[in-house]
Design a protein around this ligand. Structure first.
Ligand SMILES: [Zn+2]
Length: 494
């Protein structure tokens, strides 16, 4: 009954060919990138530009293959379903070609809707090539390809395509996409009235982040790619050029820094403060009396105190942070986040501190506190350690850290007797996002786990694949960057 169907054979043949093409393209791309980075001073020369052009061409081809591959895979899975149905329903095998044609008709019609303007959709169009898909971009100069449209896509649950080792970026963007105040700020275009034209990036990073957040929140796409954001970040952050695997925390730190500076235009008059404390002075020195929505959302301040054991003279230093990087307890396979926080904020002895009171070297205490808590608290679990066994390289620790999903209490770490910059901020935080790192330092993969503010349940964002997960999956040995907030569940502006 199941004679070899020529259509199936063709489809499989095409699939195999495509796989080979993808592999070849990958090798070419890799070689091109290597070439570019191996030769210093190459970038300015004519041959460098030519190579860059080649790479761009190869990247485009790679994307085209990817898109074609998705379409082929969809066709194959539809075909599989139909065959299964036929076998179950005992339908004669000779109906297969008809069913396939019908199915492709459907596909074509769907493509027509995407591609052909009103009034010309009657004529059956050929299967679209990549170039045709690319032309009618909604926003002229933004590239979200390969974007995959879908029906019944849930709000905020759009995946991000991998552009070649960009899972570090995707996992961070999904965590940011579940940061409600940021999404509101960007999708409402409120940021546009704050754009800073005097900084290095001139508002381009927040423009791109806003564009991709808008795309993720249209509920029209299964997945999109953020080519332009990747390009812009690479333009200003050298280490994020090319397609090498990167550290998600480094990317996040740089991105938040760019975003902050892109909208840092809110003038703050220091004279309106009731009381100027050293903490506030240090804060104003950092901001230069210009704040931003991003600063007020993600940035906090640490206070480091050294106190002489002899005369009790102390010295205080203040430092602004956009995330806390916590060490793991040595030799522990399982620990609690509180242990890491206690270690980080714990006091310790300092020998031979130059005491300004005693005017000589003294023994002293050292203590770290939070002087300003941010509404969004990002915590990095430092899993990557320089290891003697790795010959000066880094090694990954897979310690299981138990962290709370609700009620992370930061009160014990807040500096006592400090004038509070944000007195109304609650000290209890709830988790809403995790950037997970799987595998080793050399060959790893990032996925994000986020609690959707719409559905109030957890989802895993694995590049383009988004799926619901049980909250019991949130705490794991893969947890690398934690996103906490003390803000109420409803949006900031109510
Ligand atoms: Zn002293």
């Amino acid at each position: 009954m199941m004679k070899a169907n020529p259509f199936v054979a063709k489809l499989i043949g095409k699939h195999t060919k495509l796989l080979t093409k993808i592999k070849e393209n990958g090798v070419l791309l890799n070689n091109a990138v290597k070439n570019l980075f191996d030769k210093k001073g190459f970038c300015n020369s004519g041959s460098g530009q030519k190579l860059l052009k080649n790479i761009k061409q190869l990247e485009c081809e790679a994307k085209a293959y990817e898109l074609e591959n998705i379409q082929l895979r969809d066709s194959l899975s539809k075909l599989k379903k139909q065959l299964e149905l036929q076998i179950r329903g005992n339908q004669p095998g000779n109906q297969e070609p008809q069913l396939l044609d019908k199915q492709h008709g459907c596909e074509r019609r769907e493509s027509d809707r995407k591609l052909v303007t009103k009034g010309t959709a009657k004529r059956p169009a050929p299967r679209p090539s990549y170039k045709e898909v690319k032309k009618p971009r909604q926003q002229l100069d933004r590239d979200y390809s390969p974007a995959v449209r879908g029906k019944n896509i849930k709000l905020g649950l759009t995946g991000l395509r991998n552009l070649g080792n960009t899972c570090y970026m995707n996992s961070i963007l999904q965590c940011l996409s579940n940061t409600t105040p940021l999404v509101e700020y960007c999708t409402s275009d409120r940021f546009k009235s704050h754009i800073n034209s005097d900084n290095q990036t001139k508002g381009q990073v927040i423009e791109e982040v806003a564009a991709i957040l808008k795309k993720l929140w249209t509920a029209k796409f299964k997945s999109v790619a953020c080519n332009d954001l990747w390009h812009i970040v690479g333009q200003f952050g050298e280490s994020f050029r090319g397609s090498a695997q990167q550290d998600a925390h480094e990317f996040l730190t740089l991105l938040i820094d760019f975003l902050q500076s892109d909208v840092q235009t809110m003038l703050v008059d220091p004279r309106t403060d009731r009381m100027i404390t050293p903490a506030k002075t240090a804060w104003n020195e950092f901001t230069k009396c210009k704040e931003s929505f991003i600063l007020q959302l993600f940035y906090g301040q640490l206070k480091s105190t050294i106190k002489c054991r002899v005369c009790a003279t102390d010295s205080r230093r203040y430092e602004v942070f956009s995330s806390l990087s916590l060490d793991l307890p040595p030799n522990a396979d399982v620990c609690d986040l509180k242990e890491c926080l206690d270690m980080y904020f714990g006091s310790g002895g300092v020998e031979g501190w130059n005491c300004p009171g005693c005017r000589k070297k003294c023994d002293a205490f050292k203590k770290l506190d939070v002087s300003v808590l941010p509404p969004v608290l990002v915590i990095q679990i430092k899993r990557f350690w320089p290891s003697p066994q790795a010959g000066g390289g880094y090694e990954k620790k897979k310690t299981l850290v138990h962290f709370p999903l609700e009620d992370l209490d930061m009160q014990p770490y807040v500096a006592p007797l400090e004038f509070e910059l944000r007195p109304d901020i609650p000290k209890k935080y709830r988790l809403y996002g995790v950037s997970n790192h799987f595998g080793s330092i050399g060959s790893g993969h990032y996925k994000a786990l986020c609690k959707s503010p719409v559905y109030d349940s957890w989802f895993q964002f694995n590049d383009q694949i988004v799926e619901a997960v049980d909250m019991s999956a949130v705490v794991s040995r893969a947890a690398y960057i934690l996103f906490y907030t003390c803000l109420p569940r409803k949006p900031l502006d109510g």
